[in-house]
Design a protein around this ligand. Sequence first.
Ligand SMILES: NC(=O)c1ccc[n+]([C@@H]2O[C@H](COP(=O)([O-])OP(=O)(O)OC[C@H]3O[C@@H](n4cnc5c(N)ncnc54)[C@H](OP(=O)(O)O)[C@@H]3O)[C@@H](O)[C@H]2O)c1
Length: 361
Amino acid sequence: MSLLSRALPALRLYGTGLAVSLHQLLRRLRPGGAPAPVFPTQNGNVAIVTGGTKGIGYQTVKHLARLGMHVIIAGNDENEGREAARKIKEETVNEKVLTPWITIYQADICKVESTHPSSFTGTVEFLHCDLASMKSIRQFVQQFKARNCPLHVLVNNAGVMLVPERKTEDGFEEHFGLNYLGHFLLTNLLLETLKQSGTHSHNARVITVSSATHYVGRLHLNDLQSRCSYSPHGAYAQSKLALVLFTYRLQHLLTADGSHVTANVVDPGVVNTELYRNVCWATKVVKWMTAWLFFKTPEEGASTSIYAAVSPELEGVGGIYLYNEQRTKSTDASYDEELQRRLWTESCKMTRISDIGSRSP
Ligand SMILES: NC(=O)c1ccc[n+]([C@@H]2O[C@H](COP(=O)([O-])OP(=O)(O)OC[C@H]3O[C@@H](n4cnc5c(N)ncnc54)[C@H](OP(=O)(O)O)[C@@H]3O)[C@@H](O)[C@H]2O)c1
């Protein structure tokens, strides 16, 4: 692989990161700013958040639980998951939220007493789900379905970035296999439950976390595993573009089906989290010195996911890309319906599930 074909995706990715960071700084410097939105309580509703043990996912779980949801953290590390649930309890246990929308919330962690939805109010628990393993995803869904509880919100949040060339348990390139295919399979396996849980006035919601790097992503349908030329930057950007294409196709199929489920994709911005653990040391130093100025905090980074999950403004609205809680245009290629359809079909083959879109144009 030539130096240029490795360097180009990296330059594109860092260029995008820089542009977003500068935009964030300018936004922060702007006087005033909108007050934090207040959302209705979600008592009795159930959410799954993948990768909710840290970073953006952790803050998403915390906020949804604060609103009264029962939140299941789907993660690959049992100890971290239980610790995250314990911490959320600690951080929220004495909170009495003072808005007319929100009643008193008390997290009651790692405890699910019955399968009746009302007993789920404001709790957080951990269930093992390794998104780099199709077997683990299937086991997770089986465990979840065995409870016979509804599912109102699925947040496809987990992700890795710039990992060295390696494969998931099923032999897929890790960015593509974990960030994209893992969530593709998880969503498809949970789709029936989501459809049963959504109603005309209260749609169930699928929120998928992509990234501004999707703008510089290239989808290589003939080489989704980046076998011909591996660049960690290119592979990450491709996985994030695939998530946008997936969301639009999913919404198309849900609409055709008349389901009360919506699917949207969010871009959290550039956020100070452990996602950057694989960047080179020089970038780590720059990040360490400038993150306070240019990066969003994980809490700020979670705001668009939370908005997409519970905002009444988005009731019944699907198939959109959200950035800073605003509808935003994604890259032109993401609106290519033929590309969306082909990626979906290929993903069904890779995950060995039946294609719900096979009869849909
Ligand atoms: N931070 C940013 O600037 C930024 C920008 C744009 C988009 N995003 C996206 O935002 C999402 C959250 O990232 P973050 O910034 O919050 O990063 P993070 O702090 O590293 O969190 C990532 C989460 O994903 C989990 N995860 C990783 N591999 C997993 C697996 N095999 N199975 C299940 N869970 C797994 C991690 O758990 P473990 O660590 O225990 O494995 C962790 O909980 C990602 O999709 C990322 O691409 C982030």
